[in-house]
Design a protein around this ligand. Structure first.
Ligand code: ADP
Ligand code: MG
Ligand code: ZN
Length: 213
């Protein structure tokens, strides 16, 4: 199918080199918003876009990625990297831009897959949490940041003091790494206000400040 912009510029034979873009930061920092903005821009440029998210993230929508300020973009929900491949590979020749939200829910094989897709000439835009609620690097985002062409690290607003927030504070005592939720379960915190969980016993004793809603 011929693709033209309103200028008449023919885009169908326009080959671009592959590229990996990573959008990282804590919860509420605008990662999904930025991912949606970039993918919508690609659609305006008549690029064929396919977006994925983990089925662990069922907040707001099952068939779309969503930001906390209610922007959405259609997405395929997949269980893991294998599931992503089985949806993507049959369509691969027709897809130019691949978006992945909540990439911290995927296993480390996302890194070689991203490199493979880049070598095929695809643009891959990946959003994910760069640190856990303990403040540690959250695989596979750090490795993706290392191999990326472009990394954007966003900060949120600390819900305790209003300073730039680089951390995701878990409220409550669950230690599970994958506990999906939004406001109420987590909040953005600056370095000074962040209280990382160290171990299970410590977390039970942790005195958390009141939640600001
Ligand atoms: P992420 O994907 O990084 O979790 P989203 O793109 O879903 O972030 O949401 C960003 C939006 O969240 C902001 O534009 C703002 O409307 C809202 N928001 C809620 N709490 C905060 C906060 N503490 N800091 C910044 N933005 C916040
Ligand atoms: Mg998000
Ligand atoms: Zn603070």
């Amino acid at each position: 199918m011929s693709q033209t912009l309103s200028s008449g510029c023919d885009l169908s034979n326009h080959s671009t080199p592959g590229r990996i873009e990573v959008i990282a930061g804590p919860m509420f920092s605008g990662k999904s918003e930025e991912l949606i903005r970039r993918l919508k821009g690609a659609q305006i440029a008549k690029r064929r876009v396919l977006c994925f998210k983990s089925n662990l993230d069922a907040r707001y929508h099952r068939t779309a990625i969503a930001s906390h300020n209610s922007q959405t973009l259609d997405a395929q929900t997949v269980a893991n990297v294998e599931g992503l491949k089985s949806v993507l590979f049959p369509l691969i020749d027709g897809i130019e831009v691949i978006g992945i939200d909540e990439a911290q829910f995927f296993d480390p094989s996302l890194v070689p897959l991203s490199l493979e897709l880049m070598q095929l000439g695809k643009r891959i835009v990946i959003a994910g949490l760069d640190t856990t609620f303990s403040g540690d690097p959250f695989p596979p985002i750090p490795d993706l940041m290392a191999v990326a062409d472009e990394v954007v690290k966003l900060s949120a607003v600390c819900m305790q003091c209003g300073a730039p927030a680089v951390h995701t504070q878990r409220l409550g005592s669950s230690q599970s790494l994958v506990l999906v939720g939004a406001a109420g379960l987590y909040e953005a915190r600056c370095r000074a206000c962040f209280r990382p969980y160290v171990d299970e016993n410590a977390s039970e004793q942790l005195e958390l400040p009141a939640v600001v809603s």
